[in-house]
Design a protein around this ligand. Structure first.
Ligand code: HEC
Ligand code: HEC
Length: 214
């Protein structure tokens, strides 16, 4: 893949987004995590079970614990607007008000400190690390994204990351920035990148114990 070329595009897009942010986009209004915890009960049937899988195609249901609130909120908006294609998540997101989405986002974001620990390694992870240099401008060197609108990838399930990358390439998931990022990636690149990010200490599964403890 044309690495230096992709990098300059990525960096440029990042710089443009940062500039847009500075130019007075209203600050993100934080939700109420306590209210979110009550609403989020129904979500834990899938997101609260370690390693739970989406039936078809099979991949693990994404971890939400410790994710940026803003990026969780944006994800829910995208499902509701069908810019991401997933029937169940559409049904979930479409029934909630804007405030509900912010509140649940606040709950999942605060729900856990990022997992600490030693990153896993291996040949695929190492190849992924090299390839991830072009992604670092936005997703950080180890997958902890530098802007709250951009999802943290560190510790996310490998199969979900791979699935998400393929969906950007096929257009099933619509995002102008990521569409440009995946153009030059082969399936093999995507597998390496997913393995690298999944191996970094980061996101966690929010189980119902966390609600019980509140
Ligand atoms: C039936 C299982 C199920 C339930 C219930 C469910 N989800 Fe999901 N959720 C999924 C799956 C599967 C995905 C990944 C979908 C995709 O491929 O886009 C997902 C994706 C998400 C994402 C995107 C995460 C990311 O990293 O981009 C968010 C945010 C989310 N769900 C929040 C919620 C909330 C909040 C609720 C409760 C109101 C909920 N989900 C209920 C299965 C579920
Ligand atoms: C210019 C900034 C930028 C660059 C560079 C970038 N991304 Fe992203 N990435 C984003 C944004 C913004 C989103 C959220 C898009 C959405 O809502 O679907 C995202 C989402 C993702 C997701 C989905 C995560 C989830 O939780 O659903 C994956 C996986 C991902 N990026 C991987 C990569 C990889 C791999 C690279 C490098 C090849 C890369 N990104 C480069 C900005 C960027």
């Amino acid at each position: 893949m044309a690495r230096s070329h992709t990098f300059s595009l990525g960096a440029l897009a990042g710089a443009l987004l940062l500039a847009a942010g500075l130019a007075g986009t209203p600050a993100y209004a934080e939700g109420d995590a306590n209210r979110g915890a009550v609403l989020a009960n129904t979500c834990l049937g899938c997101h609260g079970i370690e390693g739970y899988r989406n039936a078809f195609p099979t991949y693990r249901v994404p971890k939400l614990g410790g994710q940026h609130a803003e990026s969780l909120y944006l994800a829910l908006v995208e499902y509701a607007e069908r810019r991401r294609s997933h029937a169940t998540m559409y049904a979930q997101a479409a029934t909630f008000t804007d405030q509900d989405k912010r509140d649940m986002a606040a709950f999942f974001a605060e729900a856990a400190e990022l997992e600490t620990g030693t990153p896993r390694s291996g040949p695929r992870v190492e190849r992924g690390r090299e390839k991830a240099a072009v992604c670092a401008a936005c997703h950080g060197a180890n997958g902890v994204s530098v802007n709250p609108e951009w999802p943290t990838l560190a510790g996310q399930h490998e199969s979900y990351l791979f699935h998400a990358l393929r969906q950007y390439r096929s257009g099933e998931r619509q995002n102008a920035i990521m569409a440009g990022q995946v153009l030059a990636l082969s399936d093999e690149d995507m597998r390496d990148l997913a393995a690298f990010y999944a191996a970094q200490p980061g996101l966690v599964t929010t189980t119902s114990r966390r609600i019980a403890r509140r």
